[in-house]
Design a protein around this ligand. Structure first.
Ligand code: SF4
Length: 202
């Protein structure tokens, strides 16, 4: 069983109301057992919504003036007490902030946890079905992997947008991708078509 980002299958759950339709992923889904997820909408976020990125913020950022937003976020107040991002003593916490400066961390975590529960439940159902058919051949490793949307703050794997809202990538995993990896589930993206024997889309 595979886990697949809904937007790659044409579901309009992307922040702007569109999708990230990917033909090879759709072909793959047609041929493989899979579960469709969208961690952001599962967390209660609407469609459309403002784009969001992972941002390292000072530990006390909420206590700072509301104008202390990271650079690159629309509406940031240049007169506010901007965090000193270069301070070696600075303690940081990873947050999910939308382009308007709204903290969406809780919704992202809630959605990723909900999707993990959904996936584990589906895996348990399949394990049960397999046991019913063949008690001596109980399938381990029901979840074979995930194919998620590259660079997303939820679904990205290995590289994500860096929190400046300038389409700049940095090393990191989306919240949901990190959760899957912590559970030992291999995570791929639509950029890994070759791994599955499909032509990658340019
Ligand atoms: S990248 Fe993930 S969270 Fe974002 S729209 Fe696609 S499935 Fe939903």
């Amino acid at each position: 069983m595979y886990i697949i980002s809904g937007c790659l299958l044409g579901i309009p759950c992307k922040y702007n109301g569109g999708s990230n339709d990917c033909q090879w992923v759709k072909d793959f889904a047609a041929a493989h057992d899979h579960v469709v997820v969208c961690p952001e909408t599962a967390g209660g976020l609407p469609v459309p919504r403002h784009p969001a990125e992972q941002v390292w913020m000072p530990l006390d950022w909420k206590a700072m003036a509301a104008s202390a937003k990271p650079s690159g976020i629309a509406g940031a107040d240049a007169d506010g007490p901007a965090p000193d991002r270069d301070s070696p003593e600075r303690e940081e916490v990873l947050c999910i902030i939308d382009r308007e400066g709204k903290d969406l961390t809780e919704a992202f975590l809630r959605g990723s946890m909900a999707c993990l529960e959904q996936v584990l439940l589906e895996a348990e159902k399949r394990k049960f079905e397999t046991m019913s058919l063949s008690p001596t051949n109980m399938a381990d490793g029901i979840i074979e992997g995930a194919i998620l949307k590259a660079h997303s703050p939820s679904c990205g794997s290995g590289k994500i947008y860096d929190g400046t809202f300038t389409h700049t990538l940095t090393a990191g995993d989306g919240v949901f991708a990190a959760l899957l990896k912590a559970h030992g589930i291999p995570v791929y993206t639509e950029e890994d078509g070759n791994h599955f024997g499909y032509e990658e889309e340019k």
